[in-house]
Write a protein that binds this ligand. Structure first.
Ligand SMILES: Cc1ncc(COP(=O)(O)O)c(C=O)c1O
Length: 416
């Protein structure tokens, strides 16, 4: 019997009845008693049992795209298969016209906002492009951002500058910065009389700095300036309550840290801004303001399996536990920090302050490190190579993966 027939015959998929696979929560996580007794064995079992990662692979670049856990992969695969047989509970196995209320309701509870403030999208790039294109700004209006923005956080404003003559200004972030207060002061004091929007990352892409979002957003709001937070690195790394950040817009990419399938993103639009933002990609319903944020999801046919995978990623994150995840990835980042701090030819771009980084650690080589990267590729260490490197771990990262990289660096470049 092939797999399709097995499913139709009511057999199980990886031990789970196929009808229940959609959005499935992992059924076999190691238990909490093991975590309490022997956390390293708990995390080893998580890696071995919940991911497909082979033992020889060391993955230190979760910041670019996360790794799918097994239950998420299984959900996407099962959804596609069921959809091909038109066996999903919905009339069409798609999104792009539908409002996906159940999914948004659940995701909004996790993110700490209202369902009607949340539009599902493909990634943070799309979410930020929607904000940059969709706000009415005119020549002379100014957007201020930090010097640490990802190209996707800059491009929408650069395009608006080229088309409409707005001004874009960058605030230089010192590396490493002193403390959160310094970061807040720099961003707030950059607000000028023509500033209309502050656009900055909650966790910066190249360096992993955690920005003091609420302080900055409160000050901007007091001056009548809107705020767009690029949150691509936040949800999944740390527990969040979006409504407490006091930002106007927040762009997310759950496929980085929330275990979601690639191509799932979201845009949070603070309720009072719902009617002033123009949607970017439109079909019928784009102007129906009664839809609230769902108006921004009227995009045309899209792959619903991706979003079923996003929900499965959310369930996986919740089953492991956001606080437990944060504690683990920060512990791994500390290990990275301490290994890097020993080496005189490495400059840390991350400050020695636990409030200011989560999993991402930024380092800069003061001498040529190309021999390290050539050998890292041979030894199957997956890392974003270069003069400046951003190292990131998720819960499947083993402490030994970090040690393997730094042992290699010391082997090629010396200990002193
Ligand atoms: C801070 C930040 N924003 C946005 C992006 C773009 O994310 P996506 O490709 O998911 O849109 C990245 C990607 O690394 C990022 O680091």
């Amino acid at each position: 019997m092939n797999r399709r027939n097995a499913l139709r015959a009511g057999v199980t998929l990886f031990g789970v009845p196929w009808q229940k696979v959609l959005g499935a929560a992992p059924s076999s996580l190691p238990d909490d008693a093991l975590f309490t007794r022997d956390p390293e064995t708990y995390w080893t079992r998580i890696r071995d049992e919940q991911f497909f990662l082979p033992k020889w692979r060391s993955f230190l670049n979760n910041g670019s795209l996360g790794v799918l856990p097994r239950p998420v992969y299984q959900t996407v695969a099962a959804y596609l298969e069921n959809a091909a047989a038109l066996e999903t509970p919905y009339p069409y196995p798609r999104w792009g016209y539908e409002t996906l209320d159940e999914e948004r309701e659940e995701l909004s509870r996790y993110l700490g906002c209202k369902k009607d403030e949340l539009a599902l999208m493909h990634n943070a790039t799309e979410a930020m492009s929607t904000v940059a294109a969709g706000l009415d700004l005119k020549a002379g209006d100014e957007v201020v951002m930090s010097s640490q923005e990802h190209p996707s956080g800059k491009a929408g404003w650069a395009q608006k500058q080229a088309r409409f003559g707005i001004t874009v200004r960058e605030v230089t972030i010192p590396l490493p910065p002193k403390d959160p207060g310094q970061l807040a002061d720099l961003m707030i004091s950059a607000i000028g009389p023509r500033t209309r929007v502050l656009s900055f990352s909650g966790i910066t892409s190249p360096t992993g700095l955690i920005m003091p979002i609420k302080t900055i957003c409160d000050a901007a709001r007091a001056k009548g300036v809107m705020t767009l937070v690029d949150g691509a690195h936040m949800h999944g790394q740390m527990a969040l309550k979006l409504s407490d950040l006091h930002c106007d817009f927040f762009a997310g990419s759950p496929h980085k840290w929330m275990f979601a399938s690639a191509g799932s993103g979201f845009l949070y639009i603070r309720e009072e801004n719902l009617d002033r933002l123009w949607p970017l990609n439109v079909t019928g319903g784009w102007d129906d303001k009664s839809l609230k944020a769902a108006r921004f999801m009227k995009q045309g046919t899209n792959n619903r399996a991706i979003f079923e995978g996003m929900m499965a990623g959310l369930h996986f994150a919740q089953a492991v536990g956001p606080d437990r995840i944060y504690a683990r990835i920060h512990q791994l980042a500390r290990r990275t920090y301490e290994r890097a701090a020993r080496l005189p030819y490495i400059q840390l771009l991350t400050p020695n302050d636990d409030r200011m980084f989560a999993s991402l650690v930024g380092i800069e080589f003061k001498k040529d490190a190309s021999a390290v990267w050539q050998e890292a590729a041979k030894r199957k260490i997956f890392v974003s190579a270069g003069k400046r490197v951003r190292l990131s771990s998720h819960i499947h990262t083993r402490p030994a993966d970090i040690d393997q990289l730094f042992d290699l660096i010391e082997e090629k470049m010396g200990k002193a």
